[in-house]
Design a protein around this ligand. Structure first.
Ligand code: HSE
Length: 430
């Protein structure tokens, strides 16, 4: 039986994502009603610039007073697609206080202060859903929160930023430098005018914090995530990766330690073998591997950005929140019972590719090898290429702790025969 009284939705923000949400709510209204069991009505749209024409949206619904809209007692679900920390946090907590459930795409806020939102949702018996905050249309949050709730996730590894994947893909396929590839990403609308959040890895780190928190039932904040962007990646790094049968990707990696007592979360460029499925994730696509005890290895792939793909995730959450409202039920709340400590980057164990500019004379290789040995870092392969009395020495290590590798590099820099450390890159996915 379809309920005739509609569920009322407030939309906070009507930019690239919000306008797509409104469009789909209108065009799919009958299907949404049938799936939910009641019609859903857009009851208000909060915007910053009211004078802008918004096709398909009744101007009478538009307001600049987002706080008043979030406070309305008749609103069942608030969709927050404004982004940023404030006023989004205050608006979301206001919505909970007034009895609404919340659907948000706000990765920055969830990674910075997710606990405040979760606690407010808990206190008021409401839903807080955020599938769109991580990799847009790709279902990741719900599979981790619900489908894998009976399993034990050990690792989440993936490409969660489309802009940087586009840049690295262009550098790999065209031999373009970082600046040239960034310019192309900007011209095509992938990179924003200020690309800092993407290229410095903040966006991916926020997503890593959210994924690690859900995967390991532990609160993980943005500050807990080790972050390196891709601005230092050079065409020479990419060429070096190619010679090793690898490509370079900006990866988000969340891992449970081997003893199960702690976790780590990190974002950095890394080499991965061309045979690895992540190496074939091209352009602005995202892909994430989840490894768990019982399920084994799962891969999630698709468009991780853009108005319509992000709106798809928002709408899925909206349907879930509306169904719960109708049934007087709640979806899963925060699960942080494990409270595992988040270890620093120095504890991460992985492999490294190090490129050194050295003098080409007797004993240099032995000196370099000794430094690795003294720090307990085992060498897997060494390749040398001469260049006018100097040489490039490319060392690939076996698995070692990041702290041991940093100490090794520090010591290598002090050798007279080492003119410079040209690049250090982690090797993942083997
Ligand atoms: N700017 C992000 C990306 C999408 O390039 O993937 C939003 O998180």
């Amino acid at each position: 039986m379809m309920r005739t009284r509609p569920l009322k939705v407030a939309l906070l923000g009507c930019g690239v994502v919000g306008s797509e949400v409104a469009r789909i709510m209108t065009t799919h209204a009958d299907d949404l009603a049938a799936r939910i069991g009641a019609p859903v009505e857009l009851a208000g749209v909060a915007v910053r610039r009211p004078d802008r024409v918004r096709e398909g949206i009744d101007p009478a619904l538009v307001t600049t007073d987002a706080q008043a809209l979030a406070k309305r007692a008749d609103i069942d679900v608030v969709i927050e697609v404004i982004g940023g920390i404030e006023p989004a946090r205050t608006l979301i907590t206001t919505a909970f206080e007034n009895g609404a459930s919340v659907v948000t795409a706000n990765k920055a806020l969830l990674a910075e202060d997710g606990s405040t939102l979760h606690e407010a949702a808990e206190k008021h018996g409401a839903d807080l859903f955020y599938e769109a905050a991580v990799a847009a249309a790709i279902p990741l949050v719900r599979p981790l929160r619900e489908s894998l709730a009976g399993d034990k996730v050990n690792r989440v590894l993936g490409i969660v930023n489309g802009t940087t994947n586009f840049i690295l893909d262009r550098m790999d396929t065209n031999g373009a430098g970082y600046g040239e590839a960034l310019d192309e990403a900007t011209a095509l609308g992938y990179a924003e005018a200020d690309p800092t959040a993407d290229v410095e890895g903040f966006d991916a780190a926020a997503k890593a914090a959210i994924l690690a928190g859900i995967a390991f039932h532990t609160r993980v904040r943005l500050d807990d995530v080790h972050r390196e962007g891709l601005t230092e990646v050079t065409a020479a790094d990419i060429a070096s990766a190619r010679r090793m049968g690898c490509t370079v990707k900006l990866l988000a990696i969340c891992e449970r330690a081997a003893d199960g007592r702690s976790v780590t979360a990190r974002v950095h460029p890394a080499m991965i073998p061309l045979s690895h499925p992540l190496a074939n994730v091209r352009e602005a696509y995202n892909a994430v591997f989840v490894e768990s005890d019982a399920a084994g290895q799962l891969m999630f792939y698709g468009p991780g950005a853009g108005g319509a793909p992000t709106a798809s995730a928002v709408l899925g959450d909206l349907v879930a929140a509306c169904r719960n409202k109708l049934n007087g039920a709640r979806g899963p709340g925060e699960s942080a019972y494990a409270q595992l400590p988040v270890s620093p980057m120095g504890d991460v164990v992985t492999r490294y590719h190090i490129s050194l500019d050295v003098a080409d004379k007797p004993g240099v290789l032995a000196q370099v090898a000794t430094v690795f040995a003294e720090h307990g870092v085992s060498i897997d392969t060494v390749r040398q290429q001469g260049k006018d009395g100097d040489a490039w020495l490319v060392v690939v290590t076996h698995r070692a702790a990041d702290a041991a590798l940093s100490a090794t590099v520090e010591a290598l820099r002090k050798l007279d025969t080492v003119r410079g450390v040209a690049s250090i890159m982690r090797v993942e996915g083997e």
